[in-house]
Design a binder for this molecule. Structure first.
Ligand code: FES
Length: 107
């Protein structure tokens, strides 16, 4: 399990244990974190799993693939310097302590 902190737009933080091999989106959704909708179920086709990665973590994550780059254009309030689609980030031990911030809304 990998500890990930999901911070709601209100500032409410949720620290959850996410299994390795799941995605960051699944970790939030399966733990009932408000603010991740994930309408397409992880298919990189809805942009409603958008989150802002904490600045201290941006450079530590795997690079975005072109499909994620394209879909981020549809994310509400995206900040391309730190926005990611959480369904495109696989959880492994290197993400221990990851912090992400959820947007005010997803669409
Ligand atoms: Fe739809 Fe991530 S869940 S793009």
């Amino acid at each position: 399990m990998v500890k990930i902190t999901y911070v709601e737009y209100s500032g409410q933080a949720h620290v959850v244990d996410v299994p390795q091999g799941a995605t960051v989106m699944e970790g939030g959704r399966d733990n009932g974190i408000p603010g991740i909708e994930a309408d397409c179920g992880g298919g990189c086709s809805c942009a409603t799993c958008h989150a802002y990665i904490d600045p201290s973590w941006v450079a530590k994550l795997p690079a975005k693939q072109p499909m994620e780059e394209d879909m981020l254009e549809f994310a509400y309030g995206a900040d391309l310097s730190r926005s990611r689609l959480t369904c495109q980030i696989k959880v492994d031990g290197s993400l221990e302590g990851l912090i992400l911030h959820l947007p005010v809304r997803q669409a």
